[in-house]
Ligand binder design. Structure first.
Ligand SMILES: NC(=O)c1ccc[n+]([C@@H]2O[C@H](COP(=O)([O-])OP(=O)(O)OC[C@H]3O[C@@H](n4cnc5c(N)ncnc54)[C@H](O)[C@@H]3O)[C@@H](O)[C@H]2O)c1
Length: 325
């Protein structure tokens, strides 16, 4: 199988929450996109989503050739995949369903195309199990919403070829995503595990009466979360180590962090704790509907991404001070 062909045409299978956002992302980066979904109002829902999201993307700029008019919607899966160079699958999160869907995609898509699943939790070993060309299947797990949040986690299954993984990583990077490679498949991939690790402690602190839900959110947003979002938790410790940097941190400061790690405990997820969470979050939301909160959050995220782009800072890179001026 040749996996060197340039990727120009993307097919998006399933246009629910994640699929519609992927469609928007690929259109905004100048790809021809064919989308398919059997739900009765899928096409109009998708076009409405793209139109609304399109305006917000003005903030970060779109790629050359970006046009919402490059979206084609077809109800038939075989037709949708007939000319695809890259397929992003976002169907319902059920193992039996994805196995059948991938077997059908495998027949319908050109032999040299990549088949990527957005699945959050079904192992690729399972998803690719009924494919005749399983070597071109990967997980390309986005963070919601993919038209705004750049991270995508790429992991293969036992039958995936190295070439397909590298091709997917290159493609996502060229399409404006921030792909990372997971060298082993684990439940929750990586980023959801990081979320779970932090959230375990949020719930513990709330249950112990140390913090309210709102104060726990403030602690993350206006404390370490603000810094993690700029250069990440490990490069951060290089600064924490002062002049000695990460070596000083590893040799002299890490022990106290390890003591804290050992002291961490699992919260007891009781109905009362869930009720505290619900009431605390509804107080914070202050009657703003979820879609309004999402719009407000997206607005700030796009502003942060635009700033990151303006100063030239990369996740693990450097500020270009001439651009920052
Ligand atoms: N929602 C998230 O935050 C999130 C984040 C990352 C990854 N994911 C993954 O993305 C995938 C989709 O999740 P979602 O939240 O968008 O679900 P969703 O229920 O919103 O969307 C699923 C879509 O698949 C469509 N569908 C059903 N049968 C189909 C078929 N035969 N062919 C094509 N489409 C079909 C449905 O009509 C629906 O529009 C899942 O695998 C999930 O694990 C979700």
């Amino acid at each position: 199988m040749s996996l060197t062909k340039a990727i120009r045409r993307v097919a998006v299978v399933g246009t629910g929450v994640i699929g519609a956002s992927w469609v928007t992302h690929y259109l905004s980066r100048g790809f021809d996109v064919v989308a398919t979904d059997p739900a009765p109002n899928a096409e109009s829902d998708l076009r409405n989503f793209v139109d609304e999201a399109w305006v917000a993307l003005d903030r970060v700029g779109r790629g050359p050739g970006a046009s919402a008019a490059r979206l084609r919607f077809v109800r038939n899966l075989d037709e949708a995949l007939a000319d695809a160079d890259f397929v992003q699958e976002n169907g319902p999160e059920r193992a039996d369903f994805k196995v059948k869907l991938f077997a059908q995609m495998d027949v319908a898509a050109p032999a040299d195309s990549i088949l990527a699943s957005s699945s959050s939790g079904i192992p690729l070993d399972v998803i690719q199990s009924a494919c005749t060309r399983p070597e071109r299947c990967v997980i390309g797990h986005p963070f919601n919403p993919p038209h705004i949040v750049p991270l995508v986690e790429v992991v293969g299954g036992a039958k995936t070829s190295e070439a397909a993984i590298e091709r997917a990583l290159d493609f996502y990077a060229s399409a404006g995503k921030k792909p990372i490679r997971l060298r082993k498949a684990l439940p929750g991939h990586a980023a959801n595990r990081l979320q779970a690790a932090l959230y375990k402690e949020v719930l513990y602190l709330v249950q112990q009466g140390v913090l309210s839900i709102a104060d726990a959110d403030i602690a993350v947003c206006y404390g370490p979360g603000l810094r993690w979002g700029v250069i990440g938790p490990s490069l951060q410790w290089h600064l924490g180590g002062g002049e000695g940097g990460i070596r000083h941190f590893a040799e002299h400061l890490m022990d106290s962090l390890v003591d804290l790690m050992k002291a961490l405990e699992m919260p007891d997820i009781t109905p009362a704790l869930k009720q505290t969470l619900i009431e605390g979050v509804l107080d914070e939301a202050a009657h703003r509907p979820v879609d309004q909160l999402a719009k407000e959050e997206n607005e700030v995220l796009l502003g942060l991404l635009a700033l990151r782009d303006k100063v030239g800072i990369e996740g693990s890179g450097h500020i270009d001070w001439s651009r920052a001026a």
